[in-house]
Design a protein around this ligand. Sequence first.
Ligand code: ARG
Length: 251
Amino acid sequence: MKKAMLALTALALLATSAQARTWDEIKKSGTIKIATEGAFPPFNVLEGKKLTGFEVDLAEALAKELGLKVDWTTQPFDNLLIGLNQDRYDFVIASHGITPQRAKAVDFSNPHYCTGGAIVAKPSGPMMAADLAGKSVAVQVGTTYLENVRKVPGVGDIKTFPKDTDAQAALMSGRVDAWVGDKFTGIDLVKAQKGKVKQGALLFKESIAMAVKKGNSSLLKELNSALDKSQNNGTYAKISNGYFGEDIRCR
Ligand code: ARG
């Protein structure tokens, strides 16, 4: 916890130094630089050299709406907001939940979907928060899953992994009793594993948003209006239905 606080304080300090590209500068260049992780299916996935996923398709649609080409960067999840504050790209779309701590370091767009963190375990394993007492849990590092699992009274060993897919693998190989991750990712995991694991309770809910460098209000305004449009003209619903069979916007 202390370490995460320090990292975010450092981020908040960095945020005040260099200059992010304003909307006018981005527009003039014709290309928007976007960063994601590329290891968080079905939201952002790097398959060979090709980025896919709900957030990748959505960001491409927003860029198209804004009349821009896209220059993608992939970074480990934990580095994404740091790179943003070093002006290495214009915005981040990587399933970041809006939290008070992160909001000190970056500015968030309106949410692009709503979800929650859910428990997944073997059918005989822990399914409710209370069942996690004394149990080992795998989570991706730097995430709201970690933050929230830590709050579970009596929770056993918490094992962190650089990638969410590695945390899932730890559950499948029996190295931990449970994995806590995104609700929709969990649904996919259960399907892919054909019932070898089961989804339990939702531990917490969260709103997911894109992040721009703190103070980049001109870019934020354009992103919000492009997101709005996509949600009103059917583009968003189409992409969401394609990945989830439902519209996952916040309501
Ligand atoms: N929603 C969670 C959070 O806000 C997890 C995000 C993980 N994203 C990723 N690209 N691996 O921390």
